[in-house]
Design a protein around this ligand. Structure first.
Ligand code: NDP
Length: 261
C-alpha cells in the first residue's frame, strides 16, 4: 500500500463531527482527539461559561471546534442543535458521537419516576433522536459513522445503577439495530463501552480512597482509565481504516467486564 494512502486511511481530515457533552471528561477528550486528527467538530453542553472556556482553549490550540448550549434531554433543544449542525456543515455530517450522559446511584426501590424519566431522556432518548435527525446528514456525507458511548454497567450488573444500566444496555442493542438498518446508506454504527474512567462523573469514587481501591481491584490492569484512552478507540472507529467494522460493542475497561473478581 502506498504511504500517502495509508496516512489518509488513518486520518479524519475532511470530516465533520458532532460530539455531545464535550466540555468535560470523555467528551472533552473525544473532541480534542477528533480535531487533532483533522476533523471539524461541533460540540454541546448545558453550561455556557464552561463551553466558551473550552472553545477558547481549542481556538488557542488551532483546533476547528464550534459549540452550542444544548440540554440533550430536551427534544426541542436537540432539534435546534441539529438545525445548527446542518447549517454550519452544509447538510453533511461524517461523524456523530452520542457521548452526553449521566448517572444516579440509588437502590432500585429508592428511584423515583423523575429519576427514571431524567436518565432515559438524557442517556437513551437523546442518542436515539439525535441519530434519527442526523441520518440524512450522515447519509449525505457518503461515509457516515455513529459511535454511542455506553458503559460496562450495560453489560454486567453494577450495584445501585439499575436505571443507568438499562439505558446503556439499550444503547448496546440500538447499535446493532442501526448498524444493520443504515448500512446500505453507508453509515456504520459502533459502541464504545468504558469501564471506570477518571472524569467529574465519578468524582465520588476518585475522592474516596477506600471506594477507589475496591474499584481498582476489579480491574485486571489495576487502575482507573483516562478519558484519552476512550477517545483513541472512538476516533479509530470513525477512520476509513475501520470501514469494515460495524455493529460492534467494544470495551475500553482494562479488562473489568471480563474479570470474575
Ligand atoms: P462527565 O460528567 O465528566 O461529563 C459529561 C459531559 O456531558 C459534560 O460536558 C456535561 O456538560 C455534558 N452533559 C451532561 N448532561 C448533558 C445534557 N443533558 N445535555 C448536554 N450535555 C450534557 O461524564 P463522563 O465524561 O464521565 O461521561 C461521558 C459518557 O461516558 C457518559 O455517557 C457516561 O455514561 C459514559 N461513561 C463514563 C464512565 C466513567 O467512569 N466516567 C464509565 C462508563 C461510561 P454540562 O454538565 O455542562 O451539560
Amino acid at each position: 500500500m502506498e504511504k500517502s494512502n495509508r496516512a489518509q486511511r488513518w486520518s479524519l481530515v475532511g470530516m465533520t463531527a458532532l460530539v455531545t457533552g464535550g466540555t468535560k471528561g470523555i467528551g472533552h477528550a473525544i473532541v480534542e482527539e477528533l480535531a487533532e486528527l483533522g476533523a471539524v467538530v461541533h460540540t454541546c453542553s448545558r453550561n455556557e461559561a464552561e463551553l466558551n472556556k473550552c472553545l477558547q482553549k481549542w481556538a488557542d490550540m488551532d483546533l476547528l471546534v464550534t459549540g452550542s448550549v444544548c440540554d440533550v434531554s430536551s427534544r426541542a433543544e436537540r432539534e435546534r442543535l441539529m438545525e445548527r449542525v446542518r447549517s454550519i456543515f452544509h447538510g453533511k455530517l461524517t461523524i456523530l458521537i452520542n457521548n452526553a450522559g449521566t448517572g444516579i446511584v440509588k437502590p432500585t426501590l429508592d428511584c423515583t419516576a423523575e429519576d427514571y424519566s431524567y436518565l432515559m431522556a438524557t442517556n437513551l432518548e437523546s442518542s436515539f433522536h439525535l441519530s434519527q435527525m442526523a441520518h440524512p446528514l450522515l447519509k449525505a456525507s457518503g461515509r457516515g459513522s455513529i459511535v454511542f458511548i455506553s458503559s460496562i454497567a450495560g453489560l454486567v450488573a453494577v450495584k445501585n445503577l439499575s436505571i443507568y444500566s438499562a439505558t446503556k444496555g439499550a444503547l448496546n442493542q440500538l447499535t446493532k439495530s442501526l448498524a444493520c438498518e443504515w448500512a446500505n446508506d453507508n453509515i456504520r454504527t459502533n459502541c464504545v463501552v468504558p469501564g471506570p474512567i477518571a472524569t467529574p462523573l465519578i468524582q465520588v469514587v476518585l475522592e474516596d480512597e477506600e471506594i477507589k481501591a475496591k474499584e481498582v481491584l476489579r480491574v485486571p490492569l489495576g487502575r482507573i482509565g483516562e478519558p484519552e484512552e476512550v477517545a483513541s478507540l472512538t476516533a479509530f472507529l470513525c477512520m476509513p481504516v475501520a470501514c469494515y467494522i460495524n455493529g460492534q460493542v467494544i470495551c475500553v475497561d482494562g479488562g473489568r467486564a471480563i474479570y470474575d473478581s
